[in-house]
Ligand binder design. Structure first.
Ligand code: ATP
Ligand code: MG
Length: 212
């Protein structure tokens, strides 16, 4: 990305901001490849990997890694990649995470910016069931990440932006299963994320439950 500093050295505020939300338990290369490619295609100044505090779609079904540990992993994943950042807005807002609230907070923080909500094809298909869906489309443009050559059918009431991104068949669910039975995570998760996992001893409980 070009250096965005102006002549006097100040960094202008981001004009186009992508919101890429997830549980990120753990964040993997599929998330990162998506974030950098969508940012490139849409010329985003900033793409925020927003860590869900309590993901309402997932709570109750399994133990979710504490939000601050997931944030530490996402911070390690984005590292110093220009234009990517780890978002903690939903953690700071507390409670259940709704994209409508997140967009409102981002809009207050960056009143000049145009916001883009980025979702994978699976999440996009179920979008109408999102809480306060109307506010989401009022406050942002919706971006769906398509697999190359495979466009999912989407609710036509939204003026979707479609971006094709190489699809890596990685999921956090599969990665957690790999922890349980000791298969390697190398190259599926970046090294700095593996370091955070080791330092904080994440996912060990899941392996212990299975072995006991
Ligand atoms: P889980 O298996 O726990 O559901 P996940 O790998 O799907 O985890 P999430 O945190 O649920 O990850 O996903 C966050 C966002 O990333 C969603 O919009 C989802 O569609 C997208 N996503 C998930 N996996 C991939 C992938 N391999 N490539 C691109 N996008 C992905
Ligand atoms: Mg998922």
């Amino acid at each position: 990305m070009p250096d965005q500093r102006s002549v006097d050295g100040s960094v202008p505020p981001p004009r186009r901001i992508g919101l890429f939300g997830g549980t990120f338990d753990p964040p993997h290369v599929g998330h990162l490849v998506t974030a950098v490619n969508v940012a490139h295609e849409l010329d985003l100044d900033l793409t925020i990997l927003m860590v869900a505090n309590v993901p309402w779609q997932k709570s109750g079904t399994r133990e979710i890694t504490p939000a601050l540990d997931r944030l530490a992993m996402v911070e390690a994943a984005v590292g110093d990649v220009e234009g990517l950042s780890a978002g903690r807005t939903e953690i700071d807002l507390g409670g259940a995470s709704y994209t409508a609230d997140t967009l409102e907070a981002l809009g207050d923080e960056h009143p000049e910016a145009e916001l883009f909500t980025i979702v994978g094809d699976d999440a996009a298909a179920g979008l109408k069931s999102w809480t306060r869906f109307g506010e989401v489309i009022e406050r942002s443009r919706l971006v769906v990440v398509d697999r190359p050559g495979n466009r999912v059918e989407l609710p036509p009431i939204v003026d979707w932006i479609r971006v094709e991104v190489p699809r890596l068949e990685v999921s956090s669910t599969d990665l957690r299963e790999r922890f349980v039975d000791g298969r390697p995570l190398d190259y599926l998760v970046t090294e700095p994320v593996l370091d955070v996992i080791a330092q904080r001893r994440l996912y060990e409980f899941e392996s212990e439950v299975l072995r006991s």
